[in-house]
Write a protein that binds this ligand. Structure first.
Ligand SMILES: NC(=O)c1ccc[n+]([C@@H]2O[C@H](COP(=O)([O-])OP(=O)(O)OC[C@H]3O[C@@H](n4cnc5c(N)ncnc54)[C@H](O)[C@@H]3O)[C@@H](O)[C@H]2O)c1
Length: 313
């Protein structure tokens, strides 16, 4: 019998890349997504989509009918700024939603939960390379809601032996990413490039980020089907990219089109954020396959297609 996986948030940016990989692997799939930021168009033909919130009491009936072996939980509100303005909404979808998913997993005897967490759980560590053992001091309600969700997962495992893998992503980028969100600077830069608009850097651009391509993130998720049980793993490139370097790579695609502009440093902005992915290499046998240049090129091609009204992966 085919393995069955339910994926929450599967109509979103990262979720849709995981769905594509699961389809290729021959896994039977069900996507649960309320389409608050995702799109039905992102779900490949032939994959069933249930339009529902993960906070709904009806979620259990969806689980009971489909009876998934594995659950990939990505559904979340991902906008850090929104979490600061509307912390209750953020907690509702991210914390209550996760508890609802956990309860369904527990009741229906799901084999494993694979959870999409974030480097936002670390806050500003001051470290240049952040291992999983680093302390967690989230600085936003979004980071806190991800961290609290992780703690619920650990307790469900402790109390009910529900197996899990928690993946803490760095800044994910790639085709289908919306302008908002955690990895947003790349989608903003590439879209501005296509329109000949300035690329704006806040501060001197020396602040570094860890950019990881969505297809590499999807590959890590797939490996969790039979590896990485009961682990928390960083999924990032382990490479520091200063924002001014990112802007230079992006501008090199179309050197004449977009000037660089500089704005004042943004208060509270994290200076260095790079995840150490050594544990994920050992536990999953995973390493990123895409260089930043390759990933950016594919993403730019996607946005060019989007401008012409063509969706493609
Ligand atoms: N993009 C990044 O750089 C990044 C970094 C770290 C972690 N993450 C995590 O990865 C996951 C996916 O993020 P993304 O970048 O693909 O964002 P996204 O907004 O494209 O995807 C989230 C999906 O969840 C759906 N959704 C939101 N609330 C829901 C709810 N209550 N019920 C059902 N569906 C709901 C949305 O419609 C969307 O399809 C999130 O959990 C996010 O926190 C993303």
């Amino acid at each position: 019998m085919k393995v069955r996986a339910l994926i929450t948030g599967g109509a979103g940016f990262i979720g849709s890349h995981i769905v594509e990989r699961l389809v290729q692997a021959g896994v039977e799939l069900l996507v649960v997504d309320n389409l608050s930021s995702g799109h039905a168009l992102f779900v490949p033909t032939g994959v069933k989509l249930v339009q529902q919130s993960v906070t709904s009491p009806d979620l259990e009936a969806v689980f009971a009918t489909f009876r998934p072996d594995y659950v990939f939980h990505l559904a979340a509100q991902i906008d850090v700024a929104k979490s600061m303005q509307h912390p209750i909404e953020d907690a509702e979808s991210n914390i209550v939603g996760t508890v609802n998913v956990l309860q369904c997993c527990h009741k229906l005897g799901v084999r494993k939960l694979i959870f999409s967490s974030s480097c936002a759980v670390y806050g500003d560590t001051g470290d240049t390379l952040i291992p999983e053992t680093c302390g967690t001091r989230p600085l936003s309600f979004y980071g806190l809601s991800k961290y609290v969700s992780e703690r619920y997962i650990l307790l469900y495992h402790h109390l009910y032996k529900l197996p899990y893998t928690i993946l803490r992503y760095a800044n994910v980028y790639g085709p289908r990413q919306a302008v908002k969100g955690e990895g947003g600077v790349i989608s903003i830069f590439l879209r501005h490039l296509l329109h000949g608009e300035p690329l704006r850097i806040y501060g001197d651009g020396s602040q570094t980020r860890d950019f990881i391509y969505a297809k590499d993130v999807a590959a890590a998720n797939l490996l969790c089907l039979d590896k990485g049980d009961n682990r928390i793993l960083n999924i990032g490139s382990s490479r520091a990219t200063p924002i001014h370097q990112l802007a230079a790579i992006v501008r090199a695609f179309q050197p004449e089109s977009s000037p660089l502009t500089y704005g004042p440093e943004r208060p509270g902005e994290i200076q260095y954020s790079v995840l150490d992915h050594t544990e994920a290499m050992h536990a999953l046998g995973w390493t990123p396959q895409f260089s930043l240049e390759e990933g950016l090129k594919e993403t730019l091609d996607f946005y060019k297609g989007e401008e012409r009204g063509v969706w493609k992966s």
